[in-house]
Design a protein around this ligand. Sequence first.
Ligand SMILES: Cc1cc2nc3c(=O)[nH]c(=O)nc-3n(C[C@H](O)[C@H](O)[C@H](O)COP(=O)(O)OP(=O)(O)OC[C@H]3O[C@@H](n4cnc5c(N)ncnc54)[C@H](O)[C@@H]3O)c2cc1C
Length: 502
Amino acid sequence: MPAVNTHDVIIVGGGSAGAVLANRLSEDASRKVLLIEAGPAYTSVDFPDVIANANRVGGDAAHDWGYRTQDHLGLGHDVRALRGKVLGGGSAVNAAVAMRARASDFARWTARGVKGWTFEDVLPVFKSLENTPTGDDDWHGRTGPFPIRQRTMEENTPSMQAFVLAAEAAGLARVSDFNGSEQNGVSPYPLNVVDGRRINTGMAYLTDDVRRRPNLTVMGHAEADSIVFSGSRAIGIKLIGGETLTGGKIILSAGTYGSPSILMRSGIGPSSHLRELDIPVVVDAPIGNRLKEHPFYYNVYALKPEAISMTPAAGAIVWTNSSEAGPDELDLHVSGTHIFDPDQSPTGGAIVLACSVTLPRSNGSIRLASRDPRAMPLIRFNFFQDPSDLRRMMEAVKLSRRIGRTAPFSNMIEMEMFPGKNVDEDASLEKAIIEQVDGYSHPTSSVPMGSAEDPTAVVDENGAVRGAENLHVVDASIMPDIVSAPTNVTTIMMAEMISRRI
Ligand SMILES: Cc1cc2nc3c(=O)[nH]c(=O)nc-3n(C[C@H](O)[C@H](O)[C@H](O)COP(=O)(O)OP(=O)(O)OC[C@H]3O[C@@H](n4cnc5c(N)ncnc54)[C@H](O)[C@@H]3O)c2cc1C
């Protein structure tokens, strides 16, 4: 007997992408949509302070998956792999920095043979998803669901203002709007923060009105184990616990770690790896081979007692190019935040200038540790595997320290805490960076999009899994390559774009 479809579409994961899809796909009242989310599915007014308060970044143990990487072999230590476990996903626990990927990022996707994702294609979607009162009409939308607000200098702490001024004194241009025509320089952040509240996609896209739609069901605390197939046709989702939900179309939006894990548990992945775990192969697919993450190094300063104010936490950023960047690429960030435990500072206040290489060449990987859906996957970022990434990180940290020594910032600083004044030679700085490098929490490209001719691609330009039917992946995992911006707004844009195409 053919399976009875209780839903036309099942979306797995209610994060940055999944919440957008649940809204857009249920706009058609004749389409029955089910969204399942492993974490709690709070209504917009019920999000607890740890999730809604923009100054609390990274969530807590109850709203995170607790993942770490297996990078000790290359780095001498593992790296945290944070990801939200709550409606809104990463957008519910992130720093709320709302910067779009640049035209050159999409040009790199196009150069890989990906069609339909040029900057001309995506700019109207970036505009339509946002509502922002400032900036130029050529670049901005006024009426979209996602609020983006340009932080002003006056709203920032005195030390953050001094960071911006010192960066200018050190030779960087002052950017008025990172989501406008020019990005190379320094500016306070644009943020999806309104009145101190981080507006995650669960709040912005799954409003009470949307959740009242009779054709939309949002299920919290529902964790997918695997996809149910009839041959290579996806027909349902098996939940941990055994219940099976049937659907006409299955969309995975479980994020860069979740979506490849569900696919591999379901028999879609590198066949040799699946066989090692006795998982019957449905589609031999190159999943998990092109994982990317931005390496992140914290140049930390203790603030003078008269300048210890630490809220708002985020801040301002330098976005610029290294000496190895390609034409029109901006591959370095120095991100100013107060995301640091004040008790760890001798003065009770600190500012972090976090340095990143945002177009890393090193390739990470993700594999299953076991068939058990509760087991943490084996994640490797392989930071600095490509020597260019370490060379460029050295440039970023040297730039950050140069800003640190420049007035008016230098006047607000009691001391440099990390790497500290004893770390001066290149060799000791390299060692400190390798020992302390962390992730920026922007993982992408574990289920990459690409053309039919690309043997390393898994999904097509609309997120459809090649070799399977009725199965899509729509989240940061399908980016053909990591982008040089923080990844949230670009992920939301991709979900908006694909919701119009499927
Ligand atoms: C601490 C932190 C800070 C960050 N800061 C910024 C920032 O300031 N600016 C920025 O642009 N980006 C930032 N990012 C990155 C950004 O938030 C992510 O790129 C984005 O949220 C990814 O969206 P996604 O839809 O791919 O996945 P997610 O938003 O992670 O969504 C995946 C969802 O699927 C659920 N899920 C996973 N597995 C299952 C399963 N088996 N069954 C059911 N549900 C499942 C998860 O619980 C989650 O809700 C940050 C991320 C983190 C974690």
